[in-house]
Design a protein around this ligand. Structure first.
Ligand SMILES: *Cc1c(COP(=O)(O)O)cnc(C)c1O
Length: 387
């Protein structure tokens, strides 16, 4: 389907709301019925129509149709945030005694779920280096029911051979969920590569303006219906109409923002790479990236986030660099208009900082919509302040 059609027309029903270009925010909790029979039908199949906004809502549905089409999926569900989408997608596909295989160092809240919540229900997780198909095969047990992928990872950008992992999982009846937040469906289509559940946070690129949260789970309609009728309705983590409206608005400009960010990121990465105070950069579309060939094969592009390693063994040097930036802001998240920085050492107690562990020296940079020269000047003056 044409991406311009998806963004501008799909799911919209303008004749029904005064031909307004922008859809209404259907800010209602419930929907009225005239016939008991109709109400009964709605109770029997809540996904078949509008009953109560914890389930479906017309503004949310416009977004839902667009996001499913972007993912090339039959259907999707939009959650209040990405963490909720991960939780629902996994929870719907496991039971007591099951086993999960996950990539090492998945997104924080996926890892918390695997380490803190699921063990309470007798569900165990094995973390593997997901870069090789053999590691998936070796970690799989007779009770393995889910594979958790995140490709690329959002710190070191490690990627998995998605088609191979998905095909092996299918042969073993294992459900696959892939966190596609780094690429978004504009740069990677997990469903087309055989993944069952494509997840992405909508907080980042779909919103694009750092003003709302959202999360997406796409897949086959039957799978979505199963999740809708249990976790989605029961946890009550569906997105609210106003937030859905903000995401529709964000989506209108997403390809244009991607184009700009892709270009700017290449310029900023090139600057950092040649700088004498920078040891290395990690960016999937840089030729120095360890999985560069695979990245080129399965991703249409790479943009926004990259990681830099400064030539220093000292935490205070990293701190000084981050605190010297005048325009690039220090904050979590990414995908908005504003460029951001976050040092890995912010999550490490100073006494535990170990410079021989390269990861401790990671500084993650997100390139936003500013003029790349403005960002490079900022990085340049901050690098000049460190020894
Ligand atoms: C932010 C993020 C999430 C979670 O999304 P929220 O909308 O913040 O809950 C999941 N995965 C990755 C890789 C992320 O960066």
């Amino acid at each position: 389907m044409d991406i311009s059609h998806i963004i501008n027309e799909l799911g919209e029903d303008r004749e029904n709301y005064f031909n307004a270009v922008s859809p209404p925010i259907m800010q209602t909790s419930n929907f009225v019925f005239n016939k008991v029979d109709d109400l009964r039908k709605a109770f029997e199949d809540e996904m078949g129509g509008y009953l109560y906004s914890r389930g479906l809502n017309p503004t949310v549905d416009i977004l839902r149709k667009k996001l499913a089409a972007l993912d090339g999926a039959e259907d999707c569900l939009v959650f209040n945030n990405g963490a909720a989408a991960i939780f629902a997608g996994i929870f719907a596909n496991i039971k007591t005694g099951d086993h999960i295989v996950s990539v090492a160092k998945p997104y924080t809240w996926a890892q918390r779920m695997f380490d803190m919540i699921l063990p309470r229900f007798g569900i165990t997780t094995t973390y593997i280096d997901g870069t090789k198909i053999e590691n998936w095969k070796e970690a799989t047990k007779s009770n393995t029911t889910c594979y958790y992928l995140e490709s690329p990872n959002s710190w070191d950008f490690a990627i998995q051979p998605i088609k191979e992992v998905a095909a092996f999982a299918r042969s073993k009846n294992i459900v696959t969920l892939l966190d596609n937040s780094y690429c978004s469906p504009l740069y990677q289509k997990p469903i087309e590569m055989g993944i069952d559940l494509a997840m992405q946070t909508a907080t980042k690129y779909i919103s694009g303006h750092s003003d709302t949260l959202g999360g997406v789970l796409s897949g086959a309609h039957d799978m979505m219906k199963k999740i809708f009728n249990s976790e989605y309705l029961n946890i009550g983590s569906g997105i609210q109409p106003f937030n859905a409206w903000l995401l529709i608005r964000g989506l209108r400009t997403m390809p244009a923002r991607f184009e700009r960010i892709t270009k700017s990121t290449a310029e900023v990465v090139a600057f950092m790479k040649q700088h004498p105070k920078v040891e290395s950069v990690l960016f999937p579309f840089d030729e120095s990236f360890p999985q560069y060939q695979l990245a080129r094969q399965q991703m249409k592009g790479a943009c926004g986030l990259f990681t830099a390693v400064l030539k220093t063994n000292r935490m205070d040097t990293i701190v000084r660099f981050c605190e010297s930036l005048k325009h690039i802001m220090m904050a979590v998240s990414w995908g908005g208009h504003e460029s951001l920085i976050i040092p890995k050492c912010a999550g490490i107690a100073p006494a535990d900082f170990d410079p021989s562990n390269k990861e401790h020296r990671y500084v993650r940079i997100y390139v936003g919509l500013e003029d790349p020269k403005y960002l490079i000047d900022d990085l340049s003056q901050a690098l000049a302040k460190i020894d």
